[in-house]
Design a binder for this molecule. Structure first.
Ligand code: GDP
Length: 138
């Protein structure tokens, strides 16, 4: 069990002005922000980040969506971070997301679902280092 996870506030939530509201939910749930930046992924970079989904039918749509506007990337710290953050964001499809979750409140659809959360400690470390050097993690 690691105490860090990685998140992105996706282009849909950024466009709608939900960055502040999502960060407030993250802080209120007890996560400490240990790295954060706003950036705009190129299609190539978005494709690289989601390479594990290359064979999925929605890969092209996902890459296009994730590169259409700015995102906020962050590393979060809390005991049991990966699992607790997955609980906080809710199901991939907001129609199935529990009350009180970020996706229930802010996500529009299974594709445009407001936030990313790492699904394992190993991926949290890989994804965090995709965006942040050691000097940028506090
Ligand atoms: P997550 O771990 O809950 O983010 O879900 P997955 O790892 O299964 O999928 C990664 C991301 O791909 C999701 O967060 C969505 O943005 C997108 N995605 C998943 N399923 C679909 C789909 O059926 N259609 C589209 N357009 N995007 C999808």
């Amino acid at each position: 069990m690691s105490n860090r996870t990685f998140t992105m506030i996706k282009p849909d939530a950024t466009e709608k002005g939900h960055t502040g509201g999502i960060l407030e939910m993250i802080n209120k749930a007890g996560f400490r922000i240990v790295a954060m930046k706003m950036t705009h992924l190129s299609p190539a970079k978005a494709g690289e980040f989601y390479a594990v989904h290359k064979e999925r039918p929605f890969y092209g749509e996902l890459v296009e969506f994730m590169s259409r506007g700015p995102i906020t990337a962050a590393i979060l710290e809390k005991e049991n971070a990966v699992e607790d953050f997955r609980t906080l964001i809710g199901a991939t499809n907001p129609a199935n997301a529990a009350e009180g979750t970020i996706r229930k409140k802010y996500a529009a659809s299974i594709g445009e679902n407001a936030v990313h959360g790492s699904d394992s400690d190993e991926n949290a470390a890989i994804e965090g280092s995709f965006f942040f050097s050691q000097l940028e993690q506090f």
